[in-house]
Write a protein that binds this ligand. Structure first.
Ligand SMILES: [Zn+2]
Ligand SMILES: [Zn+2]
Length: 244
């Protein structure tokens, strides 16, 4: 659980809710107009009661996964049930989630990428919260191609951006990009031969596409602080050259 922040934009209302063992950014996105609004929740990573309370003033029309690493989906099942909202994601993420569950079964804790060793050494091995149901891999809406979703008066564009995982998605709405673990301040998300189902060449193609948006587009990654397309664009070729 973490702090919630709100941002009133010209058209969009954003709430950031920080949850779970990797401080995942869960987002509530809604049109910025008075009254009860439809909302999309991106990456319900953990802490379903906290997220449900934050979502209570909206009509939640969907729970969208940027990808299915455990730190982005642990509250998914509980929220889908309590909010009666459909789950939206890329079908290729079922394989990612299966690998996450397999890791949990073999090691007794979840894979947390580069943070795993430290978390385990500090007695904070990441595990699902007892009593919170795990996602069964079901998607109510599968997105494998660029897709437009309506959110009241807002056009939401969902774009496949593979690389960190095969079915990673980025959400573009009203000058904001929600990039999951595909693009952060300072570079692309984690890939590498030791990380199953990741692909550096693919993530760089995805990042290149994201950095072709207008320079004032705000980038909201799956963890940590925001950045902008214009801030990150000059470093693109240096990321390509360093290979991670
Ligand atoms: Zn991830
Ligand atoms: Zn993550």
């Amino acid at each position: 659980m973490g702090r919630a922040t709100s941002q009133a934009g010209r058209m969009i209302r954003l709430e950031r809710l920080v949850v779970g063992y990797l401080d995942t950014n869960c987002w509530i996105i809604a049109p910025d107009v008075p009254g009860r609004q439809p909302a999309l929740i991106i990456d319900p990573g953990d802490d379903p009661d906290y997220l449900a309370a934050a979502a209570a003033s909206y009509d939640v029309v969907g729970l969208l996964l940027t990808h299915a690493h455990a730190d982005h989906v642990l509250a998914l099942s509980a929220l889908a049930e309590s909010l009666n909202a459909p789950i939206i994601g890329h079908p290729a993420e079922r394989e990612v989630w299966a690998a996450e569950l397999d890791h949990l079964k073999r090691h007794g804790y979840l894979d947390a990428g580069t943070a795993t060793a430290d978390l385990v050494a500090n007695g904070k091995a990441p595990r699902p919260t007892p009593g919170v149901p795990l996602w069964n891999g079901h998607l109510d809406q599968e997105i494998a191609e660029p897709t437009k979703l309506a959110l009241g008066p807002l056009d939401v564009e969902v774009i496949p951006t593979p690389g960190h995982s095969p079915g990673s998605l980025t959400v573009h709405v009203a000058g904001h990009l929600f990039t999951g673990d595909t693009l952060f301040p300072g570079g692309p998300g984690l890939t590498g031969p030791e990380y199953p189902l990741t692909d550096f060449d693919a993530i760089m193609r995805s990042v290149r596409q994201l950095l072709s948006y207008p320079t004032d587009t705000v980038v909201h990654p799956g963890h940590g602080a925001d950045t902008t397309v214009g801030t990150e664009q000059p470093a693109l070729e240096s990321w390509q050259a360093r290979g991670w």
